[in-house]
Design a protein around this ligand. Structure first.
Ligand code: ARG
Length: 452
C-alpha cells in the first residue's frame, strides 16, 4: 500500500502541484500519515486479504447477477393489431361485446391469431389475443385485437415489434382458418402497458391471470379470493358498513338485489367499495341513484323482482382489479349443471358475521323443475329465479352475500353474470340450495334503466 501511494504521489504529483489549500490539508491531516505508517509496519494479514478478495468477488457476482436479472427479466408488451376480414358481412350485433355473434366471430379470430403465433418462433413469447372491437367496413369487418407477449427486457422495442408484425404478415393468410384476411390492411402498433391494460380492462368479464381452483369449496369455511380474481365484485355499504354484494356492469352502474335497500333508499347513506378486502378497499364511490325494480315489494316475502341498479358518482377507475362483468343476452340459456362461482363477504354460517376478505364457492345450476320439487322449494321458484348449489347442501352463499354475483365463464374465458344472490332457507342446508335472481329474465329491465 505504501509503495502504491508513493507511486501515486509521484505519478500524480500531488505534493508538488498541490494548491496552497490542498497542501495545507496534506500537512495538517493527522490521520493520513498514521495510517500509512501503521500499514507499512504490519502489512495485511492473510485472512484480511482473503476477506477482501471474497467480498470483492461476491460484490461483482451480485452486480453481474442484478444486471442479468434486469436485462433478461421478462416484460409484458402490448400491441394493437387491426385487419380487415373480407369474407364476413358486418352485422349490427357486432356493436356489443356480449352478443353471441360478437362472441363467435371473436373466438374465431382469437383462435386464428393464437395458431399463427403458436406455430411460429414467437410461440414461447405469445401470451394472448383479445378482440376489442369489430367495426363495419364496406369490404367486410374490421377487427381490432390486443396482443400480449412476454419479451426479455433486453429485446429492443423495434425488434420485438418487427417480429410480431413479420409473423402476422407471413402467416395470417396461410393459417388454416376459414377467415379471409386482407393483409394490405394489417397494422400493428405497440401500446404502452397503461394503454394496453386500459383497452383490456374496458372489456367486460376478463381477468388478468388464469386462477386455478382447488375443487369444490363453500363460502362457509371456504376459499379466500385473491386480488383480481373477481374484479366485478362490489360491496354496498350503509353508513360505511357492508350490507350486500353487487356486480360492476359499467364504470357507473352496479347491479344488486332489491331487498338490500329494505327500509333505506336514500342514496346519500350508501357507498360502494371495490377490491377483495372490505378494509382497506381499493376504491370507494358515492351512490348517486338507487333504482329498485318497480314491482319489488318489501312487505311481500315471495322474493319476486329482487333486482336493483345503483348509479355511482364519480365513476370507478377501471384497473385489472376493478372492472365489469358481462351481462348475458336476454335469450341466453345457461343449462342445468353449468358450473358457476358465487362470491361475497357474507357469513360463514347461518346468522354469522361478514368477513373482511372476499370468499368464493363453486356451485352448479339446478333446474327449476328439480328446485320446485316438494322436498326442495315446493313451487316457490318462479321464472325470474334460478337455483344453484347442491342438494346435499354444504356449499352455498349466506347472509351478507345478497346482491352479489353468480358468474360462469365461457369457452373464450369471458365471465358472465348468471344470477344475483337473493334468498335461501338458511345456508348450505340439505335440499335447500341458494336461490338467485335470474339475470337473463331481467336483462331488458337492466338495459332500460342503465342503457347497458
Ligand atoms: N338474503 C340473504 C342476504 O341478505 C342471502 C341469502 C342467500 N342464502 C342462501 N342460502 N343462498 O344476504
Amino acid at each position: 500500500l505504501k509503495s502504491i501511494l508513493r507511486c501515486c504521489t509521484l505519478r500524480c504529483g500531488i505534493r508538488n502541484s498541490a494548491s496552497p489549500r490542498q497542501k495545507s490539508f496534506l500537512v495538517t491531516s493527522q490521520w493520513y500519515p498514521e495510517v500509512l505508517m501503521d500499514r507499512g509496519r504490519t502489512g495485511l494479514e492473510p485472512w484480511k486479504i482473503a476477506v477482501i478478495v471474497v467480498s470483492a468477488i461476491a460484490g461483482a457476482a451480485l452486480i453481474i447477477g442484478l444486471i442479468t436479472f434486469f436485462l433478461c427479466r421478462d416484460q409484458d408488451r402490448y400491441y394493437n393489431a387491426s385487419f380487415l376480414i373480407t369474407n364476413v358481412d358486418y352485422k349490427s350485433q357486432y356493436e356489443r361485446q356480449t352478443t353471441e355473434e360478437f362472441r363467435d366471430l371473436s373466438q374465431e379470430i382469437e383462435t386464428m391469431v393464437s395458431e399463427v403465433f403458436k406455430g411460429s418462433f414467437l410461440s414461447k413469447r405469445y401470451i394472448k389475443c383479445h378482440v376489442v372491437s369489430l367495426s363495419p367496413d364496406p369490404a367486410g369487418v374490421l377487427a381490432s385485437v390486443v396482443l400480449v407477449f412476454k419479451f426479455a427486457s433486453s429485446d429492443s422495442k423495434t425488434t420485438s415489434w418487427g417480429r410480431v408484425h413479420r409473423v402476422l404478415r407471413r402467416r395470417l393468410t396461410t393459417s388454416s382458418n376459414s377467415l379471409n384476411v386482407d393483409l394490405s390492411t394489417l397494422s400493428v402498433a405497440e401500446l404502452n402497458k397503461e394503454k394496453g391494460d386500459d383497452l383490456l380492462n374496458n372489456c367486460c368479464g376478463i381477468r388478468k391471470q388464469q386462477f386455478s381452483f382447488t375443487g369444490v369449496e363453500r363460502i362457509i369455511g371456504g376459499q379466500r379470493a385473491r386480488d383480481g380474481e373477481w374484479p366485478w365484485q362490489a360491496s354496498i355499504q350503509l353508513d360505511g358498513t357492508h350490507r350486500c354484494g353487487a356486480s360492476v356492469i359499467s364504470n357507473t352502474w352496479l347491479v344488486t338485489a332489491a331487498h338490500c335497500f329494505r327500509g333505506v333508499r336514500n342514496p346519500r347513506r350508501w357507498t360502494a367499495s371495490f377490491g377483495i378486502l372490505l378494509r382497506p378497499p381499493k376504491q370507494r364511490k358515492r351512490v348517486r341513484k338507487i333504482i329498485v325494480h318497480e314491482k319489488y315489494c318489501d312487505f311481500v316475502l315471495d322474493h319476486e323482482y329482487d333486482v336493483a341498479v345503483v348509479e355511482l358518482d364519480p365513476p370507478i377507475e377501471f384497473t385489472s382489479d376493478v372492472h365489469s362483468v358481462c351481462l348475458p343476452e336476454a335469450t341466453h340459456v345457461f343449462p342445468e349443471n353449468t358450473s358457476c362461482f358465487v362470491t361475497g363477504w357474507g357469513a360463514m354460517k347461518n346468522d354469522g358475521y361478514s368477513v373482511n376478505q372476499l370468499r368464493q364457492a363453486e356451485v352448479k345450476i339446478i333446474s327449476t323443475e328439480v328446485c320446485n320439487k316438494r322436498h326442495v322449494y315446493g313451487g316457490a321458484i318462479t321464472p325470474g329465479m334460478l337455483c344453484a348449489g347442491y342438494l346435499e347442501g354444504q356449499v352455498d352463499a349466506c347472509q351478507g352475500d345478497s346482491g352479489g354475483p353468480l358468474v360462469t365463464v365461457n369457452s373464450r374465458g369471458i365471465w358472465y353474470l348468471v344470477g344475483i344472490v337473493s334468498w335461501g332457507d338458511e345456508c348450505g342446508k340439505r335440499n335447500k340450495p341458494g336461490v338467485y335472481t335470474r339475470v337473463t329474465y331481467y336483462r331488458n329491465w337492466i338495459a332500460s334503466k342503465t342503457g347497458i
